[in-house]
Design a protein around this ligand. Structure first.
Ligand code: CMP
Length: 140
């Protein structure tokens, strides 16, 4: 299995409840390494740019409002099969559908305030990493 990198966000509902450490530990315990990390309070414009793929969706405004409502921790996770592994640890987008023991089952408030985001494919991982990090910030 190839070593991959994926992009992850710990969203404002989770940083507000001081869950950055607990969530990061779940990634690390599963064998993923945090090779870049920073806490940002994204602007509305940054949220709209990041989630541009969803701009026609009915929840787009609500999503961008929420994502710019408080601090987010943006991270790059590295490891074997990192993209799929990260998605497994997160659980389903809607916490009502998330498996026991996943981050969203444990911590998400709702489908909108769902505590974490993770890239869904190698192309989006590369794009999302580039959106938030420069090469010199990926430190291994
Ligand atoms: P995320 O993995 O960050 O990708 C897009 C986000 O849109 C998703 O997690 C949810 O938080 C949000 N989202 C998806 N569907 C809905 C919905 N029906 N209502 C509100 N937010 C949603």
């Amino acid at each position: 299995m190839a070593i991959e990198r994926t992009f992850s966000m710990i969203k404002p509902d989770a940083t507000a409840r001081n869950l950055t450490g607990a969530i990061t530990k779940m990634f690390e315990d599963a064998g993923l390494r945090v090779v870049a990390s920073k806490r940002v309070w994204m602007s509305r414009r940054q949220a709209e740019g990041f989630y541009a793929v969803h701009k026609e969706r009915p929840f787009f405004d609500e999503l961008c409002e929420f994502m710019s409502s408080g601090p987010t921790v943006v991270q790059v996770l590295e490891g074997e099969n990192a993209i799929a592994k990260n998605r497994e640890i997160m659980g389903a987008t809607n916490p009502a559908d998330a498996a026991e023991g996943t981050i969203r089952k444990l911590y998400a408030n709702s489908i909108g305030e769902n505590s974490v985001h993770g890239s869904d494919a190698p192309e989006t991982a590369a794009e999302e990493i580039r959106y938030w990090f420069s090469d010199v910030e990926l430190v291994g």
